[in-house]
Ligand binder design. Structure first.
Ligand code: FES
Length: 289
């Protein structure tokens, strides 16, 4: 089973959009879920959020930043080429229900992760206030799509080159002083998500954070994505990737991310080889030939 690239766009520096033919996944994926992809035979599995899906056309959309060899290889692929394998949808979908005013806050390519959640929450009848942040105007992505998917959209840039200067979490502080916010969803840096949780904890506002630890299998088999939530170790690929932010041990999460960065070269490749074998066992027939 091959997954042909139907369209490609460069959205910002190092940020690419790929629309990929994957009809079975497009028909089933829900907001908050992800897929695991392997670009070419012998490559490394990488987790990828599904930013958009079009079941009628059988397309799913990835928006990603090129941060390492696997994403650089993916970003170099062209229209008509085929991704070796994609499995999913994986993980738990976001809780989508009518609650009232909901803030969806994302920075960087986290916007691609929050976009389907905004769309679904708005469709469920909530007033969705989107906040997106970027370092500078040229690295801002998905503004038009977010404008359509939210009832109101606020934008911050750290250098003040577009809309309001400052941090997305500062914008949230203003919103919390004027609106009765029922829930917050957030995807971005650990520091940003921690700052959001500090603001919402005082007001007892349910806050979902999306954790993005290293993932080598995506199916609960390798343990690389373990995080600590409510005092227990859980697997982000199976129990997440969205968690109640007030119960997440962010210090443990930071330690896991740092350990991954230190060891990412050889151990990751070994894990990838191992996981290719595991995934073949659990999903026979899904790997490309
Ligand atoms: S990525 Fe979660 S257990 Fe392997």
């Amino acid at each position: 089973m091959m997954f042909k690239i139907a369209n490609k766009q460069i959205l910002a520096k190092d940020v690419k959009r790929l629309d990929v033919k994957a009809p079975l996944i497009a028909a089933r994926v829900l907001p908050g879920q992800f897929v695991m992809i392997i670009t070419s035979e012998g490559g490394k599995w990488i987790p990828m959020a599904v930013a958009e899906s079009e079941p009628m056309r059988g397309l799913i959309t990835f928006i990603f930043q090129e941060v390492g060899p696997a994403t650089i290889e993916l970003g170099a692929m062209t229209i008509g080429e085929e991704i070796f394998s994609i499995i999913g949808p994986l993980g738990q979908p976001a809780v989508i229900e009518k609650s009232g005013v909901i803030v969806c806050l994302a920075t960087g390519v986290g916007t691609a992760h929050i976009l389907p959640i905004c769309k679904a929450l708005k469709k469920a009848g909530n007033k969705v206030i989107g906040i997106i942040g970027a370092k500078t105007k040229s690295s801002l992505t998905l503004e038009p799509q977010m404008r359509i998917s939210c009832n109101r959209l606020l934008i911050t840039t750290e250098d003040g080159t577009y809309e309001r200067r400052g941090l997305a979490s500062e914008m949230l502080k203003d919103i919390l002083s004027t609106e009765v916010v029922r829930k917050v969803y957030t995807v971005g840096s650990v520091d940003m998500m921690q700052a959001v949780c500090r603001l919402t904890k005082d007001k007892s506002i349910k806050t979902y954070v999306q954790l993005q630890p290293a993932m080598s299998c995506g199916i609960g088999n390798c343990g690389s994505c373990r995080v600590r939530v409510e005092g227990k170790v859980v697997l982000a690929c199976v129990s997440g990737p969205l968690f109640d932010g007030h119960n997440v041990n962010f210090e443990h999460y930071k330690t896991r991310l740092a350990a991954y960065r230190q060891n990412e070269i050889d151990p990751q490749q070994q894990e990838a080889d191992e996981m290719t074998r595991s995934i073949t066992k659990f999903f026979p027939g899904l790997l490309g030939k």
